[in-house]
Design a binder for this molecule. Sequence first.
Ligand SMILES: [Fe+2]
Length: 320
Amino acid sequence: MAKIIAGVGSSHVPAIGAALDNGKTEEPYWKRVFSGFDKSKEWMAKIKPDVAIVVYNDHASAFSVDVIPTFALGCAAQFPPSDEGWGPRPVPVVKGHPALAAHIAQSVILDEFDLTIVNKMEVDHGLTVPLNLLFGQPKDEWPCPVIPLAVNVVMYPPPTGHRCYMLGKAIRKAVESYPEDLNVVIFGTGGLSHQISGPRAGLINSKWDTAFLDNLSKDPKKLTRIPHVEYMREAGAEGIEMMLWLIMRGALDDRVVEIYRFYIVPASNTAVGHIILENRLHSAKRWRKRNGLPKGQRPMPVKKRRAAAALRPVLRRGAR
Ligand SMILES: [Fe+2]
């Protein structure tokens, strides 16, 4: 049986992609951003997912105002990069997982979520930048197949936060009814607070962002009640991308283990946010494996584990 083992929330700021593509990652301004993802890359290399589902929004690369699907699921075998502005980024073609994608489409649509099935689609920085931040910058191919899910947050009306959260639950049900043993990671990308144009251009609301991350971890249902207008008022016109993180969160357990969080302002004119949440069962399994403990042994709560890890060097010094 396939299962979703973890969720990743990540900004997808296009300037991060440009910094990567133009060899600026060691410049002090960008180093402070990229170094925040070092631990995330280590984590990803350890869990080695078989498939990634990436929830993002298209920025007029695959869709134009002519056609804007609310939820578009990429069912193709591959998705070439393309982008607004300077054109496609020099990243590998994204390989899909057509069998799992078709299975998700069937399960979710029969569950009354009207996805658009997309058999030909290009993917932009909304998808490729978070892949870079978590997988690095591979030359030839990404380490696992990717199923893109493009969600409309650019033309009114986008779906509600509650609809996004419930779609996440339907995706989880779909994944868990797929017969092959696959470990799946789901990404929610976009945000955090930012506004690109108008009199409030440059708006960043760190207090609101932090509360969003706190609730995403501990009380996601609270976030499902936030109306569109509140995202736009508090997090800026483009801050509404944060709603995409609710699809990722809906696909996880009600209670999760927060593995890592990173927040920095600004990158370009955007607040950069990142979080890694693991389903408890998977987290416990990894902890037992790491410590050579038998099946059934319950892990210490994360806070206690961190306190014990901090004490270890002190105890070692004392023992000498
Ligand atoms: Fe975006």
